[in-house]
Design a protein around this ligand. Structure first.
Ligand code: HEC
Ligand code: HEC
Length: 229
């Protein structure tokens, strides 16, 4: 119990640091900000897909998870890696859709103002409701070690600094046995790196390298490599 408590506090601190002035979202104020979304997304009970996927039951739903909607690979991969929609990653996605999920087909500039986003997220939580996992195939839980890294806002400059150790091998998009890692969505990148740390995958060099990296460093590398062509 004590361990879990400490973890929770650490995450709360990080959240507070990365968004210092974020107050509670106000769903009634958020309604107005949803208007541009409504051009592409229906929300709430009975909603159906239009240009974009419907947003009924969005909270807790796997990213790219509707079987009757054709998503980009980047969203499908994130969902296949166990990423589900939360208030936190929705907020980050809406700040910069293309930056957060590189290659997403959602053409939307993003909302820079944190309070406007908080209000909009509150509105979406209220209108969309939660995913009924009983009614859909389960994708499994994200291991807590990975969830902790996903919760961190990666420091781009620090990631760029750390990346020199990686580009020695991962120089090209793809070459022989070495997979390309440039342009991966941050969540995909984090899942891939963490799979060595938690022992889901084994590779002599990668396992050794990843075991030397802390959560902040992995999040920073993810933020950086997402932007590399
Ligand atoms: C011009 C149309 C358009 C607008 C405007 C738009 N979206 Fe999207 N949205 C899309 C498309 C298309 C996708 C699917 C993206 C993909 O597959 O990469 C998407 C995906 C999403 C997803 C992921 C859903 C899932 O099932 O994983 C969310 C959440 C979302 N949009 C929310 C919003 C919100 C909130 C707004 C308003 C701030 C908005 N969108 C504005 C077209 C749009
Ligand atoms: C000595 C060469 C080498 C170095 C240095 C190296 N990698 Fe790797 N990396 C590899 C190889 C080889 C694989 C494929 C391993 C496997 O088959 O599991 C890999 C796999 C990966 C993957 C999984 C990709 C995928 O599509 O599954 C990621 C992510 C990754 N490396 C990131 C990094 C990062 C970040 C660094 C720097 C901290 C780094 N690598 C440093 C050789 C290297």
């Amino acid at each position: 119990m004590r361990q879990i408590g400490r973890f929770g506090v650490a995450i709360a601190c990080l959240t507070a640091l990365s968004s210092p002035a974020l107050s509670e979202g106000d769903a009634s104020r958020g309604e107005a900000s949803y208007r541009p979304c409504a051009a592409c997304h229906m929300i709430g009970e009975g909603a159906i897909n239009r240009v974009g996927p419907h947003l009924d039951g969005l909270m807790g739903r796997p990213v790219g998870g509707l079987s009757d909607y054709r998503y980009s690979d980047t969203l499908v991969n994130a969902g296949a890696n166990g990423v589900t929609w939360t208030e936190d990653n929705l907020d980050r996605f809406l700040a910069d859709p293309q930056g957060y999920y590189r290659g997403t087909r959602m053409v939307f500039r993003g909302i820079t103002d944190a309070q406007t986003r908080a209000d909009l997220v509150a509105y979406i939580v209220q209108e969309a409701g939660s995913y009924d996992s009983a009614a859909a195939p389960s994708t499994g839980e994200v291991p807590p070690e990975i969830a902790a890294v996903l919760a961190i806002e990666g420091d781009f400059a620090y990631g760029e600094y750390l990346s020199s150790e990686c580009t020695a091998c991962h120089a090209n998009q793809s070459g022989g046995d070495i997979p390309g890692i440039a342009g991966l969505a941050p969540s995909t990148f984090i899942h891939a790196l963490m799979s060595y740390k938690i022992g889901e995958r084994e590779h002599q060099v990668m396992t050794m390298l990843v075991n030397r990296l802390g959560d902040e460093e992995i999040a920073a590398l993810a933020a950086y490599f997402a932007t590399v062509e």
